[in-house]
Design a protein around this ligand. Structure first.
Ligand SMILES: Cc1cc2nc3c(=O)[nH]c(=O)nc-3n(C[C@H](O)[C@H](O)[C@H](O)COP(=O)(O)OP(=O)(O)OC[C@H]3O[C@@H](n4cnc5c(N)ncnc54)[C@H](O)[C@@H]3O)c2cc1C
Ligand SMILES: Cc1cc2nc3c(=O)[nH]c(=O)nc-3n(C[C@H](O)[C@H](O)[C@H](O)COP(=O)(O)O)c2cc1C
Length: 568
């Protein structure tokens, strides 16, 4: 298996090494085998006693892993402290010895909302972190153009500040359990964690059943069985209720989302082929996909609103000076044509894959295990005063019944129903109603004794009251104990859900005090911010609290998982 000469070298190395050094070598080799590349060289001369674990999460995966890792570390006699990055005091960074960060990437390569302050701090501080040793577990989804970018950025900043990376960034895709577990093992071994670390690698406990319930990015094929526009024909908006049916029971929970990758518009693809003087049938092999130029442009590569980094690469390729602003590929080719003779296939190399779009599931598997429903609002925006529509929402809205669609489930561990006997308050204007339709179906099917209160809002009562009949029926049958609606364009003064919350502030506060879970879903800005402001105001007024007292009350609710958001 291994030549004698090498075995002798290894034997000599072992004979001349201390226990701690052997432990370190073990971690080093484990890192290499599990694909980490060559780990950096910081080795602890003493077994490490104290470590800090930070997590930055949007949908709970990083938190779950960080807590799990903390348990593992404690089982190895390490004094491990686990903190959410938004609860972490930045000034403590200079005092840390060993720091391990579990962090996901959101948006278009951005940090999770709660990690933004920490991320910005790392990018702006001039603190020197020479004493800090660290490693990063970066969560992401390789379907996105900027895979695990936040983890990489945090790593780069810690390097800039002089910290020592003890293991390379471990990037994890959606099926993160195994690489995360390998990373835990490498860290534990690397740290030489007291007596316990002398156990073989396999002795690191496996993830708990809950976490170990593997989540793979399984592409599921479903057929659209129903697609209806929930807005009346007079409405200024279009919002589709789409039902998708699979051939198997689906593994999701109310509160999760599904991810869909749209295809590009055929007329835009043909225009690109024309402008790029491309042979549409030419076969091209790219790092992540292969096919003819037409196939790649139609179904694999993002041609809309390219990221600045892709525009920059196109400028180099085409030899034009182009401002680094986001642009559609068709405009780039039109305004800054390729030089004659540049093979079009080179343009394909600078394009990112089409990013998946998420849609909150508006059904419960307990109602219909093979179906998943979504509520999709047509995304409209103006470009040079001309009306344009978002890629995926218009793609979904155009799909007729019987079309086959491919999707995968995106778990949201931070947006879940509580025990059946707990009360819930749901604030979901617009498409924010989606997850609450799923919640209500589930509470109905389970005859849950907890009380349910819904706030819904849209523009006009007559044309935009999504799921009106269902909501009224739930109210009549007692599933919904309270419903408050706000139709902003029906009155002279605009009324939104947050105004309705304030109107019912006393009752709302009483529900909170009795343990209700408060949910908000839909638009992040400004809706969810204004809802939070209203909530704080209600706690202040009806709880007789100061501004600070109200914030502490809400913080406590967050800690108890009683303030949950599904906002975008
Ligand atoms: C957890 C989560 C749950 C969600 N749930 C829902 C849901 O239940 N229902 C729902 O409808 N949506 C939901 N969304 C939003 C959804 O994922 C999509 O973001 C939304 O449908 C818009 O996607 P699109 O492809 O239609 O628009 P895109 O094509 O991605 O465009 C989005 C925006 O980018 C800009 N843009 C795009 N192209 C150009 C261009 N050429 N020039 C200038 N600007 C441009 C515009 O501002 C445009 O509005 C959710 C998102 C998340 C993260
Ligand atoms: C709206 C949205 C945008 C995302 N953008 C990216 C991205 O740009 N790059 C990436 O690698 N992963 C991206 N992801 C995937 C998440 O990082 C991944 O689902 C991760 O497991 C989430 O971990 P968390 O629950 O700790 O936030 C995105 C996920 C969502 C919901």
């Amino acid at each position: 298996m291994i030549p004698e000469t090498k075995l002798n070298i290894l034997q000599e190395l072992i004979n001349t090494s201390s226990k701690e050094e052997i432990i370190w070598i073990n971690g080093y080799l484990n890192g290499l085998v599990s694909g980490h590349g060559t780990p950096a060289t910081a080795k602890p001369s003493q077994p490490v006693k104290k470590i800090s674990i930070l997590y930055g999460t949007e949908t709970g995966n990083s938190k779950k892993l960080a807590l799990q890792f903390t348990t593992v570390a404690k089982q190895h006699a390490l004094n491990a402290r686990c903190t959410a990055v938004d609860q972490y005091r930045h000034e403590d960074l200079v005092k840390e010895g060993y720091l391990f960060i579990v962090i996901s990437t959101q948006g278009e390569g951005e940090p999770p909302e709660a990690a933004k302050k920490f991320y910005d701090f790392l990018h702006t501080t001039e603190a020197r972190l020479e004493n800090l040793k660290y490693s990063i577990l970066a969560l992401g989804d390789s379907s996105y153009p900027l895979f695990c970018k936040t983890g990489e950025d945090v790593d780069a900043q810690l390097q800039r500040l002089g910290a020592t990376r003890v293991l390379p960034v471990q990037k994890c895709d959606v099926d993160y359990e195994q690489p995360a577990e390998d990373w835990f093992k490498s860290v534990i071994n690397l740290l030489g964690a007291g007596q316990h670390a002398l156990q073989p690698v396999a002795a690191v406990p496996a993830l708990s059943n809950d976490v170990a319930k593997k989540h793979t990015k399984k592409n599921i094929e479903g057929v659209i069985t129903r697609s209806v526009n929930l807005n009346d024909k007079d409405s200024t908006r279009r919002t589709w209720h789409i039902e998708i049916r699979a051939d198997e029971d689906l593994d999701y929970e109310a509160g999760d989302s599904i991810a869909i990758v749209p295809t590009n518009r055929p007329e835009v693809v043909e225009r690109i082929i024309e402008l790029g003087k491309a042979d549409p049938e030419e076969q091209v092999n790219l790092a992540k996909s292969a096919g003819t130029i037409r196939e790649l442009l139609a179904g694999k590569l993002n041609i809309c609103y390219l990221l600045g980094s892709a525009v920059k690469k196109y400028a180099v390729l085409s030899g034009h000076e182009i401002p680094e602003i986001r642009m559609d590929l068709v405009d780039l080719l039109r305004i800054y044509p390729l030089k004659d003779g540049t093979p079009f296939a080179e343009v394909l190399n600078i394009l990112h894959p089409i990013a998946p779009r998420l849609y909150s599931v508006s059904s419960s598997p307990k109602m219909e295990p093979r179906e998943v429903h979504i509520t999709v609002s047509l995304n409209g925006f103006l470009k040079q005063d001309e009306q344009h529509y978002g890629l995926c929402s218009s793609f979904l809205g155009d799909l007729p019944v019987d079309t086959v669609v491919i999707f995968y489930v995106h778990r949201n561990r931070s947006f879940k129903l509580p025990a059946p006997d707990k009360d819930i308050i749901m604030v979901g204007p617009g498409t924010g109603i989606a997850p609450f339709r799923g919640f209500l179906q589930e509470r109905d099917v389970e005859a849950a004794p907890g009380r349910n209160w819904l706030f819904f809002g849209e523009r006009n009562f007559t044309s935009d009251f999504f799921y009106q009949t269902e909501i009224q029926q739930y109210h009549e049958t007692g599933v919904l104990h309270k419903v408050n609606v706000a139709f902003s364009r029906d009155t002279d003064k605009k009324i939104y859900v947050q105004h309705k919350m304030k109107e019912h502030g006393k009752d709302l506060y009483n529900w909170l005090v009795k343990g209700a879970v408060f949910y908000v879903a839909g638009s992040k800005v400004p809706m969810s911010q204004e809802v939070e402001e209203a909530l704080l105001g209600i706690i202040e007024e009806h709880g007789g609290k100061s501004e600070r007292g109200a914030k502490e009350f809400l913080e406590q609710m967050k800690k108890e998982g009683r303030y949950q958001k599904d906002v975008y």
